[in-house]
Design a binder for this molecule. Sequence first.
Ligand SMILES: Nc1ncnc2c1ncn2[C@@H]1O[C@H](COP(=O)(O)OP(=O)(O)OP(=O)(O)O)[C@@H](O)[C@H]1O
Length: 285
Amino acid sequence: MTSIDVHDLTKDYGGTRAVDGVSFRVLPGRVTGFLGPNGAGKSTTLRVVLGLDRPTSGGATLGGRPYRSLDAPLRHAGALLDAAAAHGGRTARDHLLILAHSNRIPAARVTEVLAESGLESVARHRIRTFSLGMRQRLGVAAALLGDPPVLILDEPANGLDPEGIVWIRGLMRRLAGEGRTVLVSSHLMTETALAADHLVVLGRGRLLADAPMADFVGGHASLEDAYLRLTAGAAPFSARTGTPPSVTTGTPPSAPTGPPAPAPTGTPRPGQAPTPAPAPIEEKG
Ligand SMILES: Nc1ncnc2c1ncn2[C@@H]1O[C@H](COP(=O)(O)OP(=O)(O)OP(=O)(O)O)[C@@H](O)[C@H]1O
């Protein structure tokens, strides 16, 4: 099956370094959660993987090939990046039919993905009448269209109702169970804890962790706890609350709190630099 490989990726926007020498591999057969604070570089990385942005240096491949070199790319990788991207004047069905046609996918597959995403009853409605959650479902339907071995989903639960959140979680688990490669970015820790087997965490454009979920959370009260400790030094927009980060470790408040244990980073691959240790948490007064 097909892995996603990001190799020593750096991306600058003018004077802003959005991604800084990041390398990781996303393996088939599991859901990999892609986490990081606002502005950490997740979307930029996904855009480079999908050939939507050119890297400054390094790069990314799917099954060893750059996305841009793929023939009929929807058959190799399905992506949900921006649910608002579909043309509002088209019906959901027409939107999918156009995508299918341009990737040599049979029209019958459109009917299947409309059913899979729960949109059958609104298939002939114009997309501009869709709610955010319906647009998300349409984005997922488009990602599934080519029956691809790789799925890349950026905040797929955004706007979904509780039934939809359960649906997308089950869908991701099933796709991974079928041996596909599923990479999902999210800020929802509870959802990520339920859906993901493995985590890749960025902070300020750098790789902070690349580890199995159990190893990442190990010794912490929850995924949220482990994540907040790891990224506390890398969150650029933390609001002043007058209290320390909302981590609950079970340790009494008076107990000395040293720097967090670095989350396990997995074995560096040949040529890959070890993951930098996270910045220590500074206790706020
Ligand atoms: N097109 C662009 N032009 C200029 N700067 C950009 C552009 N896209 C992203 N950036 C900058 O790159 C950095 C990384 O942004 P990116 O959107 O990749 O982060 P993110 O981890 O996806 O954040 P979020 O969780 O808020 O979506 C930020 O500093 C952002 O301002």
